[in-house]
Design a protein around this ligand. Structure first.
Ligand SMILES: C[S@@+](CC[C@H](N)C(=O)[O-])C[C@H]1O[C@@H](n2cnc3c(N)ncnc32)[C@H](O)[C@@H]1O
Length: 375
């Protein structure tokens, strides 16, 4: 029988597998054995919380090994999990926020160890704190934007009960921040309604409940590979405005590709339709219910390129015909995704598969638009 083992606080930073994924892992372990031993530090599980739970479920004795790495075990576990799991920017921000006290504890331990070892010893034991403020270091280690970490901090101070919901992907940081600002009674009431919602309808439901007056904010975040696919095909000269940035799923990828991005969103008080200052490029995944209005407004303020992720049916309708005929800001190309895409923060909250394409308008484009496919 599998005995109980304590968990290191760092391995609790990450969301647990949902029931069906855990069941799948348990079945795999039953059939093929545990491929990677669970890693212990000072007798506690540092890495392998889900594998441990799956072994229990499968009735298989888990294999353990002691952590034998160098440097910070906390940084190690973070990098392992970021490599293995797809976490949304909001989930990474929770990791970064909760990482802070762990990093500080490690730093103190190292300082104690270095005592009596002189300046050289202290240098050898230098930690994250030597490379900047601990909150910046936490953001860097968890690859999270300072903006999102600040929002999580604010949520934690006003409504700590929402942190679990962000970690699990039920809410993104912006929704959490909006809920956190409500009076406690109203918030508790909304949370109860969200929890009672059926799987899959939770996210639209919460958006309607805490929305900004529109029926739904449609804030499903874009999987990173979708933005990558655009950036390997299109270059953007100058800054890029992401006017519906949500929790920054697209911003992250655009920045990683070397662009300066200006992120904004109605959830943080910036209504795209009120922006009048010109920008070189606009790249976004707008709410589909107002996508035509987004393209029309983007054409008024962009000076170089506009790339919008839209449903394939955007090609239709008499109302949209002028958007494609206009020669002052012509359509350059439509990149159609061969596979239908699902949007959503976690497998439990995903949309139905949708036919999607990148639509790119380029001010300097000459000739007709082309059609291309993304596999
Ligand atoms: C489909 S999500 C896209 C989020 C992000 N671009 C991504 O791809 O992960 C749409 C976003 O549009 C924002 N939004 C809705 N109406 C807006 C408006 N008028 N101005 C700016 N942002 C808006 C919502 O808050 C939401 O975050």
């Amino acid at each position: 029988m599998t005995k109980n083992v304590d968990f290191h606080p760092a391995c609790k930073l990450f969301p647990k597998l949902n029931d069906s994924d855990l069941q799948e892992l348990a079945e795999d372990i039953k059939a093929n054995g545990l491929q990677n031993p669970i890693v212990l530090l000072d007798g506690e599980i540092l890495d392998g919380r889900n594998r441990f739970a799956a072994c229990k479920l499968a009735g298989v004795d888990p294999q353990f090994k002691n952590w034998d790495g160098e440097g910070s075990p906390v940084e190690w576990i973070i990098s392992q999990n970021l490599k293995r799991r797809h976490l949304t920017p909001s989930q990474k921000a929770v990791v970064a926020f909760e990482l802070l006290p762990l990093l500080e504890k490690e730093a103190k331990q190292r300082q104690r160890l270095s005592k009596g070892r002189g300046k050289k010893g202290a240098q050898e034991c230098a930690t994250f704190s030597s490379s900047g403020k601990s909150s910046e270091a936490a953001g860097r280690i968890a690859r999270s934007s300072p903006r999102n970490v600040e929002m999580v901090k604010e949520v934690h101070s006003k409504a700590p009960e929402l942190i679990e919901k962000i970690r699990s992907g039920d809410l993104n940081v912006q929704e959490g921040s909006r809920l956190a600002k409500l009076p406690a009674g109203k918030r508790a009431n909304l949370l109860r309604q969200i929890e009672q919602g059926d799987n899959g309808s939770k996210m639209p439901h919460v958006r309607e409940l805490v929305g900004t007056g529109r029926k739904s904010l449609e804030s499903y975040s874009t999987p990173p590979h979708v933005t990558e696919a655009l950036l390997t095909r299109e270059s953007f000269r100058g800054n890029v405005l992401e006017p519906c940035c949500g929790d920054g799923a697209m911003v992250e990828v655009i920045e990683e590709n070397g662009h300066q991005v200006v992120p904004s969103d109605i959830a943080t008080g910036h209504d795209f339709f009120e922006m009048t200052e010109s920008v070189p490029n606009i790249v976004t995944n707008p709410p589909f219910s107002v996508s035509q209005e987004f393209v029309e407004h983007a054409k008024k303020i962009a000076t170089n390129k506009i790339a919008m992720l839209l449903q394939l049916s955007f090609l239709e309708t008499v109302a949209r015909y002028p958007l494609f005929q206009d020669r002052t800001f012509p359509l350059k190309v439509v990149y159609v995704f061969c596979r239908r895409l699902k949007f959503g923060n976690t497998p439990q909250h995903q949309s139905a598969p949708m036919a999607i394409a990148w639509f790119v308008w380029h001010k300097q484009h000459e000739g007709g638009a082309t059609l291309d496919w993304i596999e």
